[in-house]
Ligand binder design. Structure first.
Ligand SMILES: *[C@@H]1O[C@H](CO)[C@@H](O)[C@H](O)[C@H]1NC(C)=O
Ligand SMILES: *[C@@H]1O[C@H](CO)[C@@H](O)[C@H](O)[C@H]1NC(C)=O
Ligand SMILES: *[C@@H]1O[C@H](CO)[C@@H](O)[C@H](O)[C@H]1NC(C)=O
Ligand SMILES: *[C@@H]1O[C@H](CO)[C@@H](O)[C@H](O)[C@H]1NC(C)=O
Length: 737
């Protein structure tokens, strides 16, 4: 793999998509043929798939044409020509045919910041019977975060395996998936984590508390997972070159069959352009997981800088998690030859001992004389090594930095940033991000003298008083597939997170960076996702029978509302219902439940009628009028309505809440509406709900009338309040950007 920075590495996991497909000698490529669920009463049968391949490729199809049969869901991996794939797509029993693609790779003050202390009241026995499935890059088994001291044998229900890996009573399952085969020398044929990402995510969710953990002294404290007694099952799908679609679905398939309780998936989008749920492996995997009572928590991707529609996890049956900041931040000072000092951000453990080094503007170090257009951004291969070596580089707005200047032998790098300085990157050399204005001043100093010099100091830890907020990178809604379903769902800490790391992976993610550490500081929606996973396990440990939708509802209706502090203009499309509050989520008062039939009704109403019998595996389930509902009536704990600017809106949502608070209780509805939207009238009928027992259900409607005036997004909320519990749902009316 080309030497890429940590940012790149994070992207492989939770974001980018290389448009590379898996090539082979002939013109066959790898596809997933998805057929829904196995017919009820029939179950797994590979012969189903053999006959499918036979009918398209003929009786004597090559032995490597049918590569794999999924078991928890009906589908298989096949090598097909484009024409064969099209024929497969046209077959009656096929829901979708998905080309294999590479997903580019997309701690723990954060729990205290969330108000979730280490000594929180726990249901230890239930927690230790809970299995967290982590689909990622594997795990570092020797980390103290995964030591099994004090753990009993795996829960009886566990059916998973340990593949070329020694499990313990903490890591109870570990498998790897690689349809393509092994050819990268950096890959290890086992669930061992060579990149660090998987260990980081797994320990944030369920790692043991480890005292005095730090990254080279930074972020020092107790690194701990949210549910340290829970068990971990690892499904490795991400390799040196990224994570492949077929393998991601294999991991969901195995995890469901193995009996995990919650799935944590900090892996990138299938493809940002997919327009239907059943062409997306995350939606498919999470759908089949939901049917078995397993909630899937996913990262909302790291492409926030692209603006709206930069998340890709849209399905209503999964949780998509945005990344919020915590109050911890790492600052790095820079001093110029003229004595002036600037403050930037990074996690810089290097010490230049206050020695001034020559400073050069990257635009003046171009390998193409007189053309600075690539060099000024310090793009790889654009810099002239001879000019850069031994100097500190000043670069303009690098979107994905961390490796710049390292290969060229620079002493350090100063990066002029055009976005907020919320995240502190780890670089393989002394480096810092600075503001655009400071960059302009450093540039003019550089141009004003014949011998410009600078030095970069070791970082120090400070506070970010604005936290929590959503930084630029965190993926945004609205929902590309169903505009009237809010995405992302909620936010959790995903910036400057300290968690376990693989000591064979460079801490900056840059090859050649020889520094190793058992703990690392990372940012990304990848880091936010396992916080929500843990919170979901925590809820489940008190309420083992709650459905995925109820757990999701509890997390969303108790979340702390957020504000658009950086003025990105995304509001709820940045943070959903707000930042999770795990302790509150255990006692939500009322919950919004939804089961398979509710999603079937929604899908029937949303144009998916052709294959409802297939995805349910029940040939009696078709989209009859009784089975067809409006998206506005899908029982979600959030309300989103897309409209046009001049249109007069009159829309009614139906919801049903279940009482899980106090048996006898009276809830009153309050709707808050910001003044700028005064022409919107939001009404709840009835606005009082009187419960006389637990588990009692009550229905209501929420009607929105009026028009949106000049705003792009009108944010409001509905709160059901009985004096003890406040059950809050975001209500968003918007004009699609
Ligand atoms: C098992 O894993 C080790 C690394 O732990 C690797 O070197 C070896 O090749 C793997 N063996 C097999 C048979 O996959
Ligand atoms: C400078 O280089 C860039 C990238 O190689 C190229 O697109 C551009 O045309 C060049 N500009 C000039 C003035 O040569
Ligand atoms: C920041 O700079 C990058 C690279 O030049 C550019 O693509 C991006 O649009 C800029 N963003 C803002 C907010 O100005
Ligand atoms: C529905 O499925 C059952 C069990 O798989 C099967 O016996 C029955 O013939 C099917 N009915 C139709 C109409 O396909």
């Amino acid at each position: 793999m080309i030497s890429v920075g940590l940012w790149h590495l994070l992207q492989i996991f939770t974001c980018f998509l290389l448009l590379t497909q898996s090539f082979s000698k002939d013109d066959r490529k790898t596809y997933i043929v998805y057929m829904g669920d196995y017919p009820k009463g029939v179950g797994f049968a590979e012969s189903l798939h053999t006959s499918m391949v036979e009918s398209v490729l003929g009786r004597n199809f090559p032995p490597d044409a049918l590569l794999h049969s999924y078991k928890s869901l009906n589908g298989f991996v096949a090598r097909l020509t484009k024409e064969e794939a099209n024929r497969m797509r046209g077959m009656d029993s096929v829901v979708s045919v998905i080309p294999d693609r590479i997903h580019k790779p997309q701690t723990t003050r954060s729990w205290d910041f969330l108000g979730f202390p280490e000594n929180v009241q726990r249901n230890i026995i239930a927690e230790s019977n809970t299995i967290v499935g982590v689909i990622d890059s594997g795990i570092w088994p020797e980390s103290d975060s995964f030591n099994d001291a004090g753990f009993g044998p795996p829960p009886k229900k566990w059916k998973g395996i340990c593949q070329n890996f020694t499990c313990n009573n903490k890591i109870i399952g570990a498998q790897y998936f690689r349809t393509k085969g092994f050819f990268e020398k950096d890959d290890i044929k086992s669930p061992i984590d060579t990149t660090g990402h998987g260990s980081h995510c797994a320990s944030t969710a369920a790692g043991n508390p480890v005292r005095s953990a730090s990254l080279l002294g930074f972020g020092s404290g107790t690194a701990r997972g949210g549910v340290p007694s829970a068990r971990i099952a690892v499904y490795k799908v991400c390799w040196a070159t990224g994570c492949d679609t077929t393998d991601i679905l294999k991991a969901y398939d195995a995890a469901i069959a193995d009996g995990v309780d919650i799935l944590s998936v900090s892996v990138g989008a299938t493809q940002l352009t997919h327009n239907k749920y059943f062409k997306d492996v995350h939606a498919i995997g999470a759908f089949h997981a939901m049917k078995k009572g397993i909630l899937t928590s996913t990262s909302a991707d790291n492409l926030g800088q692209l603006g709206p529609y930069s998340t890709s996890k849209f399905a209503p049956w999964l949780l998509s998690v945005a990344a919020s900041t915590i109050d911890k931040k790492f600052f790095t000072k820079i001093q110029l030859g003229n004595g002036k000092i600037y403050e930037g951000v990074s996690v810089n453990a290097f010490d230049l001992h206050n020695i001034q080094h020559p400073l050069i503007y990257a635009g003046d170090a171009s390998i193409i004389k007189g053309n600075s257009s690539n060099a000024r951004y310090c793009q790889e291969n654009a810099l002239d090594k001879a000019l850069v070596k031994g100097k500190i580089l000043l670069c303009d707005n690098i979107p994905y930095p961390s490796f710049v200047g390292f290969a060229q032998g620079a002493v350090g790098v100063i990066i002029r940033s055009n976005v907020s300085l919320a995240v502190s990157d780890v670089f393989p050399l002394p480096a810092a991000h600075i503001t655009h204005n400071d960059g302009a001043q450093i540039y003019s100093y550089l141009k004003s003298t014949s011998n410009p010099t600078a030095t970069i100091f070791k970082s120090y830890e400070g506070k970010d008083p604005l936290a929590p907020y959503i930084d630029s990178f965190s993926g945004r809604g609205p929902n590309k597939i169903t505009p009237n379903i809010l995405k992302p769902d909620l936010a959790a800490p995903g910036v400057n997170i300290l968690a376990a790391w693989s000591p064979i992976a460079p801490i900056s993610g840059v090859k050649g960076d020889k520094r190793i550490s058992k703990y690392n500081i990372l940012y990304g929606t990848s880091m936010a996702c396992p916080h929500v996973t843990a919170a979901a396990v925590y809820i489940k440990s008190f309420h083992p029978n709650w459905s995925p939708a109820v757990i999701k509802s509890a997390l969303m209706t108790t979340a702390t509302p957020m504000r658009d502090i950086l003025n990105h203009g995304n509001a709820e499309f940045g943070y959903g219902a707000g930042q999770i509050n795990p302790m509150k989520a255990v006692k939500p008062g009322l919950v919004y439940d939804a089961t398979e039939i509710d999603y079937v009704k929604f899908l029937c109403g949303d144009g998916y009628s052709g294959f409802m019998d297939k995805i349910t595996g029940d040939n009696k389930t078709t989209c009859t009028p009784a089975n067809t509902g409006s998206v506005l009536d899908l029982n979600l704990p959030s309300f989103a309505l897309s409209t046009t600017r001049s249109k007069y809106i009159s829309a009614t949502f139906s919801r049903t809440v279940t009482n899980v608070g106090s048996a006898k209780s009276i809830y009153k509805a309050t709707v808050t509406t910001p003044p700028s939207s005064s022409s919107l009238n939001i009404k709840v009928v009835p606005d009082v709900l009187v419960f006389s027992s637990l588990e009692e259900k009550m229905s209501f409607t929420l009607k929105i009338e009026g028009s949106i005036n000049n705003a792009n997004i009108v944010s409001s909320s509905l709160v059901w309040d009985d004096g003890t519990f406040q059950v809050r749902s975001p209500v968003v009316v918007y004009v699609p950007p």
